[in-house]
Each structure stands twice: as structure tokens, then as C-alpha cells.
Design a protein around this ligand. Structure first.
Ligand code: PEP
Length: 251
């Protein structure tokens, strides 16, 4: 039985004051015992979040890390080991905004995934197709290639304890959500892809759905057999809405 995970991606939102307010709202939520919860603030607000959430069930993740393992001369970047040192436990790898707007390639993301794992972070590999790719019937091929980049370079065991987030690009921040059936079909394909290499890894890997998840849509999505929780953007900026989404992931 996989333990559900709900992740809140705060993207480039927040001030010290609004982050404090959001965290205060989170600490008032009743979270289910059988669901893992993590929030991803901006880099600037990571230490504030780690300190304010100390002792709570909500873990903290980073939205990115350097592809270089060691600390050193790489201006503007933060190493995975520095994130661990700051109390961070998860890291997003390859969010579609970074793939498309910052031109992050599969090759670069594989290196980030590897250094994150080696440092002791839980990497959350984000994959998903654009609308044009879906309309061209390429959804499965695109997602498969993004997952294969990691398997081919690092082996399927790279996903032991790891997380994959299926986020159709056309559903991120648009208010459009994949239907539970559309999402389930892609999640099942990803799990099958893992199973070809290792039934054990496929069975335990958590695959999250992301793309305009709201409290109203969460239960139906999370009720699908291969959807193990969600990666939530906009709705995670509202503590009550995010709390309701987390509760929907509980059994
Ligand atoms: C995201 O940023 O990963 C995301 C899924 O955003 P939203 O929920 O706003 O679509």
C-alpha cells in the first residue's frame, strides 16, 4: 500500500509576511495521519518555512537544486547538500515551467535528480505533455521519454523512495484538469514502464497528479488506483483549500 503524498508548489509567490500567514493557516489544518504533506516555498522562504513548520507534519521542499553536487563556484545556485543542511527534505526536478521557460533539458534534470538523491533529498520528477503533444497523440511517448531519461542514466532503482508527478502542461495554472480517467491512463503507463524494469519499484513508487487540482476535484482524482496524491500549485496558496485537498488523499 503506497502512502499518499500531497505537495504544495508555492512557485514564485510570497513575502515573509504572507508566508508566515500561510504557514499559520497550515498549522491550523487537521491533516490525516496516513498522508504525507510537503510544501515548496521559494528559495528565499525555505529557512523561514523549516523553522515555522518544525514539529508539524508538514515537510519542506525546494523548487530546484544545482546540478553540481559539491558546493563551490556556481553563482546563484544552491547545492542539494545545502538544502539538506537547511532542513529541506524534498526537491522538485523538471517542473514544466523550468523545462519550457528556463530550457532545462532531460540531461540536466537527470544530473539534478542524481545529486538530489545522493544528498538524501526525495526528488520529485515532474513530467507531462503540452496541449499540442496531446492533440498529436504523443502524450504517452513524451511522458515515457521523460521518465526513461532517468531510468536509462541512473537505473530504475533511482525511483526507490522517489516520486514522479504527472502534470499535463495544458492543465497547469489553466483551470483545466485532466479527467480522472485521462490521468489514470498516464499514471498506469508510467507504472507499467517502471514495472518492465522492476515490479518492486513500480509497486512502491508514488505517482502524483498535478494540474489545477482543487478541493472539489481532488477526491475523484485521488480515488484512481495509480494516483497516489497530488502536486498542487495555485490552490496550495490557500491553507484551507490545501488542507481540504490533503484530507481528500486520506483513506
Ligand atoms: C504546479 O505548479 O505544479 C501546478 C500543478 O499548478 P496548478 O495547481 O496551479 O495548476
Amino acid at each position: 500500500m503506497r502512502r499518499p503524498l500531497v505537495a504544495g508548489n508555492w512557485k514564485m509567490h510570497g513575502t515573509r509576511a504572507s508566508v508566515a500567514e500561510l504557514i499559520e493557516g497550515l498549522t491550523r489544518q487537521a491533516f490525516a495521519d496516513d498522508v504525507d504533506v510537503v510544501v515548496f516555498p521559494t528559495l528565499l522562504h525555505l529557512t523561514q518555512a523549516v523553522a515555522a513548520l518544525d514539529g508539524s507534519v508538514v515537510a519542506v521542499g525546494a523548487q530546484n537544486c544545482a546540478a553540481q553536487a559539491e558546493q563551490g563556484a556556481l553563482t546563484g545556485e544552491v547545492a542539494a547538500q545545502q538544502l539538506v543542511d537547511a532542513g529541506v527534505r524534498y526537491v522538485l526536478i523538471g517542473h514544466s515551467e523550468r523545462r519550457s521557460l528556463l530550457a532545462e533539458s532531460d540531461a540536466l534534470l537527470v544530473r539534478k535528480f542524481a545529486v538530489a538523491r545522493d544528498a538524501g533529498l526525495v526528488p520529485v520528477l515532474c513530467v507531462g505533455e503540452t496541449l499540442a503533444e496531446r492533440e498529436a497523440g504523443q502524450t504517452f511517448a513524451v511522458v515515457k521519454a521523460q521518465v526513461a531519461a532517468v531510468i536509462d542514466a541512473l537505473g530504475v532503482d533511482a525511483f526507490v523512495g522517489g516520486v514522479i508527478a504527472y502534470e499535463p502542461v495544458w492543465a497547469i495554472g489553466t483551470g483545466l484538469t485532466a479527467t480522472p480517467e485521462q490521468a489514470q491512463a498516464v499514471h498506469a503507463a508510467i507504472r507499467e514502464q517502471l514495472a518492465v524494469c522492476s515490479a518492486q519499484v513500480a509497486q512502491q513508487a508514488r505517482i502524483l497528479y498535478g494540474g489545477s487540482v482543487k478541493a472539489a476535484s481532488a477526491a475523484e482524482l485521488f480515488g484512481m488506483p495509480d494516483i497516489d496524491g497530488g502536486l498542487v500549485g495555485g490552490a496550495s496558496l490557500n491553507a484551507d483549500e490545501f488542507g481540504a485537498i490533503c484530507r481528500a488523499a486520506g483513506n
